[in-house]
Design a protein around this ligand. Structure first.
Ligand code: BG6
Length: 289
C-alpha cells in the first residue's frame, strides 16, 4: 500500500504513519524491542524507548512543529555543514538536511524483530541515505554519495539529544586525553586530561580525532547510555546552560538540566572530502545498560 508521496513503500505492521506535531508526517514504530518515532521532516528521530526503559532521547516541550524550522531534540541530522555556513550568513544553521522532507524508501522487520527504515534525500551535488534500525539498540547510519564530477566536501553530525536526570550529576566517559575546540572558551585547543566530562557551565566542545565510544553515566536515572560509532572522527558535546537556554526561542528556559548532546560527527578539520562516485558512511549506535 502506498501511503503518501513521501512514503512510497509498504509499511510492516510495526510501523504506522500519522500526523504528528504541527500535522507533520510521523512514523511510529512499535516492536517487541522498543518504541520509536521518526518525522519525515529532517528524517528526524524524536523518540526511542527500549522495552522496560525510560525514554532515551530528549525533546524540548518548546519545539516549534513547523516545516520551515528544525525540530529541537531527538536526533537532528546536521549536513552538509555544521554550525553556521562558512560563507553564507543567510544559510540555515547546521545545513539543510534537518529542514528537508526525506522520502522513506524502505521499511521492514528482520528475523530478530528489529525494524529497519531507510530515508533518502537528493539535492544537487549530493545524495544521502539515512538508515534507522529500531531495536534494543538504536542504530543510525548516514550514507553520503557524491554523484557529481567534482569532489564534494561536507561536514555532518548526528546531533543526538539525550535525556538525563540532571546534567550537573552526570559524567561522560571515553574522551580522556582527547584534544578539543572549546566554542565557549576561545580558539586555543584544549585537552580533556584524565577526568571524565562534568558539567558546571555552558559546554560546547568539538572533540577531535576521536573514534571512541562514549558512555553517559547517569546515577540519577540509574543508567548508562553507550554511544558507539564508526566513520566518525569528531564528537561534539553540548549543553546550553542558563543564558543560552533563555536566548533560544524553541527551548524552555528551565530545560537545560534535563539534556546533554553527544554528537557523532565529522566537523571542522574532520570534514569529509568525497571524490566523484564515492560513498561515505557514518554510524552511531546507542544502547542503554
Ligand atoms: C551544537 C553546537 O552542536 O548545536 C552549538 O555545537 C549550537 O554551538 C547547538 O548552539 C544548537 O544549534 P541549533 O542550530 O540547533 O540551535
Amino acid at each position: 500500500m502506498t501511503t503518501s508521496p513521501l512514503v512510497p513503500v509498504t509499511l510492516p505492521p510495526t510501523v504506522s504513519l500519522e500526523p504528528g506535531g504541527g500535522g507533520l508526517p510521523r512514523l511510529t514504530i512499535v516492536n517487541r524491542h522498543a518504541r520509536a518515532e521518526v518525522y519525515l521532516h529532517g528524517a528526524h528521530v524524536t523518540a526511542w524507548r527500549p522495552e522496560g526503559q525510560a525514554p532515551v532521547l530528549w525533546m524540548s516541550a518548546e519545539t516549534q512543529w513547523d516545516a520551515a524550522k528544525p525540530i529541537r531534540g531527538g536526533v537532528p541530522i546536521c549536513f552538509p555543514w555544521f554550525g553556521p555556513h562558512p560563507t553564507d550568513k543567510s544559510a540555515p544553521s547546521h545545513g539543510f538536511a534537518r529542514l528537508a522532507d526525506w522520502t522513506l524508501i524502505e521499511a521492514r522487520d528482520d528475523e530478530a524483530g528489529v525494524t529497519h527504515l531507510a530515508f533518502e534525500l537528493t539535492q544537487p551535488g549530493c545524495a544521502a541515505i539515512y538508515r534507522v534500525a529500531v531495536g534494543s539498540t538504536l542504530t543510525l547510519a548516514l550514507e553520503v554519495r557524491n554523484p557529481g564530477r567534482d569532489a564534494f566536501t561536507f561536514e555532518e553530525a548526528l546531533h543526538t539529544y539525550f535525556a538525563v536526570h540532571d546534567v550537573r550529576g552526570i559524567t561522560i566517559q571515553g574522551l580522556a586525553g582527547t584534544d578539543y575546540l572549546d566554542k565557549v572558551g576561545g580558539t586555543t585547543p584544549r585537552n580533556q586530561g584524565a577526568e571524565p566530562i562534568r558539567f558546571t557551565a555552558e559546554t560546547d566542545r568539538v572533540y577531535l580525532n576521536t573514534q571512541a565510544t562514549c558512555t553517559i553515566e547517569d546515577p540519577g536515572l540509574s543508567r548508562r547510555i553507550v554511544v558507539r560509532k564508526t566513520g566518525s572522527n569528531a564528537t561534539v558535546v553540548w549543553n546550553p546552560w542558563i543564558a543560552k537556554a533563555k536566548a533560544m526561542p524553541d527551548y524552555g528556559d528551565d530545560e537545560w538540566p534535563e539534556m546533554v548532546c553527544v554528537e557523532t560527527g565529522n566537523v571542522d578539520a574532520h570534514a569529509v572530502r568525497l571524490p566523484p562516485g564515492a560513498t561515505h558512511t557514518m554510524t552511531a549506535s546507542i544502547a542503554v545498560s
